[in-house]
Design a protein around this ligand. Structure first.
Ligand code: NDP
Ligand SMILES: O=C(O)C(=O)[C@@H](O)[C@H](O)C(=O)CO
Length: 250
């Protein structure tokens, strides 16, 4: 936060809400200048469980409200979880409610039943996975796309991509900055992750150059339509995720 970041993306399944809350408090930055997102995990989607989980997230974060709260993985009792989130929003516990990992197929299964339209869908997105079909649906519904994995989670092929390297050289930038600038110009919300101070710093230095429309088109042409990326429609995915993250084991 001392390097200027104000957008925090956490989740029950990251097991770090308490530490995030402490960092926010210790930073001394006014609450209204920080954006805090957390996410409800699969085990807590039943209506009463979801209500308790929202209160527990607030308690762990040490906050009166969260800016954004998401259905982390869209399987099972999504409708019940959403109802609890709509109510928490009415009660002022959450400013905006949204979803994550909703492909067009999953979106069409659940969202038509919601009373409140999600404000965002947080999806994997990078130059190799540009979510073209999903983005049409989101645009029609005025829903923002947040990118998880905006740097392709460090994908080496992506960082060695000649198109990106040539653009980076032209502007005296690195490939990470070109990717993030591309996403920003596409209107996508990004929050890249790094544990290295130099990268944390460079990843936010993207506001002093602008890609031309030809450069934007050349990056758009890199799309591989999900190849090698996480597939939320894959059979058995719910059980895999439940096995990977047991949020009640703490
Ligand atoms: N809703 C969901 O299901 C999901 C949400 N998320 C959220 O999205 C956030 C970002 O996504 P994440 O999965 O971390 O992926 P990112 O695309 O942000 O990539 C992070 C990886 O890229 C490396 N990296 C960062 N900056 C650079 C750079 N400038 N040059 C080269 N490599 C770099 C990092 O390594 P190093 O740290 O060593 O620098 C790390 O290995 C997460 O922190 C999480 O909050 C993530 C996954 C799923
Ligand atoms: O990191 C996250 O937020 C997740 O939800 C992960 O489970 C992620 O979706 C994943 O591991 C996909 O392979």
């Amino acid at each position: 936060m001392k390097l200027g970041y104000r957008h925090i993306d956490t989740a029950v399944a990251y097991f770090n809400e308490q530490e995030v809350g402490k960092a926010i408090k210790d930073s001394g930055i006014p609450r209204d200048q920080i954006w805090v997102t957390s996410k409800l995990w699969l085990q807590d989607f039943a209506y009463e469980d979801a209500k308790k989980a929202i209160d527990l997230s607030l308690e762990k974060l040490g906050l009166d409200y969260m800016d954004l709260y998401l259905i982390h993985q869209p399987y099972g009792k999504v409708d019940e979880a959403w109802k609890a989130m709509e109510e928490a929003q009415k009660d002022g516990k959450i400013r905006s409610i949204g979803v994550s990992n909703m492909t067009p197929k999953i979106w069409n299964k659940f969202v038509p039943n919601f009373d409140v339209m999600p404000s965002v869908n947080q999806m994997q997105f990078d130059p190799y996975f540009q979510q073209k079909e999903l983005r049409k649906i989101l645009a029609e519904n005025h829903v923002a796309l947040e990118a998880w994995g905006p740097l392709g989670q460090g994908d080496k092929d992506l960082f060695n991509e000649p198109v990106l390297k040539n653009i980076a050289e032209k502007y005296g930038k690195d490939v990470g900055q070109v990717i993030l600038r591309f996403e920003h110009q596409e209107g996508i919300i990004v929050f890249p992750k790094s544990v290295h101070e130099a990268r944390i710093k460079s990843n936010k230095e993207i506001f002093d150059f602008e890609l031309t429309s030809d450069e934007m088109d050349s990056i758009r042409a890199l799309d591989r339509n999900g190849e090698g990326r996480h597939d939320p429609d894959a059979p058995g995915i719910k059980d895999q995720l439940l096995n990977a993250f047991d949020v009640h084991a703490e």
